[in-house]
Design a protein around this ligand. Structure first.
Ligand code: IPE
Ligand code: IPE
Ligand code: MG
Length: 255
């Protein structure tokens, strides 16, 4: 009884303190950063203000992931379907990587973060691609947290491109159909070199994957929260990781 009161008191005292054990930290967390527009709307502000504030949440999530010892953090920043939005909003979103990197790149370098990018580079404006590529280049020798931005990314496009690569290689005689296996596919997806996400987080209350990492999420644990992305902080990441640590991953087998 006393023990129970004590633990209740502890929780009341610090409601955000959750127990995370250091021996089962997810290696790769992927996040669908959703709800920027609704966050702004709720405050009577233009949608782009939500995106601007979402950038601050990117920084908080990166620092918190690094502190927890997570090795890979993939952030869904712009999908191949987001081009359907009004041009002004798309233009704003395409300027955000530059803005983010202008402010944060030096600190990310100091923190030994390696920046990567996953998505269709051809569809990106030159200024966006150049900023991303410079950040990738300048951090390529870092061996700390891998911060992977999914920019102009679509899971179906990724799989389709992989299939057409297979077709071309078979036509050219450099690949035999019997050599195609899941390892070959993994090595030819945009995420080549990264392990599959252990944990997928989506904010804003939506419970769908919206064309994100369709192949790679096969056995990821999913964690959803109603909060909007601009509100996301260290405590939310800790809640997600604590919940992840309570799950039993069976991969179709028995625990
Ligand atoms: C996520 O927030 C950012 C991107 C998809 C680029 P949204 O812009 O989708 O915000 P909501 O879902 O409309 O609130
Ligand atoms: C998913 O969010 C894409 C990103 C977070 C970049 P959306 O807001 O585009 O997804 P839907 O349209 O609600 O499925
Ligand atoms: Mg959305």
């Amino acid at each position: 009884m006393i023990k129970r009161i004590r633990s209740w008191w502890k929780r009341k005292d610090d409601p955000n303190k959750v127990k995370i054990t250091s021996d089962n930290i997810p290696q790769h967390i992927a996040i669908i950063m959703d709800g920027n527009g609704r966050w702004a709307k709720r405050r009577g502000l233009p949608r782009v203000v939500g995106h601007q504030n979402g950038m601050k949440a990117v920084k908080r999530a990166t620092i918190a992931a690094d502190e927890l010892g997570i090795k890979y953090l993939t952030l869904y920043a712009f999908s191949t379907e987001n081009w359907k939005r009004p041009k002004d909003e798309v233009d704003f979103l395409m300027r955000l990587p530059q803005e983010f990197l202008k402010i944060e790149l030096d600190e990310l370098i100091a923190k030994n973060v390696q920046i990567r990018m996953m998505g269709d580079k051809n569809g990106l404006p030159k200024h966006t691609l150049e900023a991303m590529e410079e950040a990738v280049k300048r951090t390529s020798y870092n061996d700390g947290l891998v911060l992977n931005f999914a920019l102009n990314y679509g899971g179906r496009n990724e799989i389709t491109d992989c299939m057409s690569m297979i077709g071309r290689e078979i036509e050219a005689g450099t690949l035999r159909s019997e050599d195609i296996n899941s390892q070959w596919i993994e090595d030819h997806l945009l995420s080549a070199g990264l392990p599959d996400p252990d944990l997928l987080i989506r904010t804003s209350g939506e419970m769908r994957v919206s064309n994100f990492m369709l192949w790679q999420l096969a056995y990821s644990e999913l964690w959803f929260t109603d909060i909007y992305w601009p509100e996301f902080n260290k405590n939310h990441l800790h809640d997600a990781v604590a919940e992840y640590q309570r799950r039993t991953r069976r991969y179709g087998g028995l625990s």
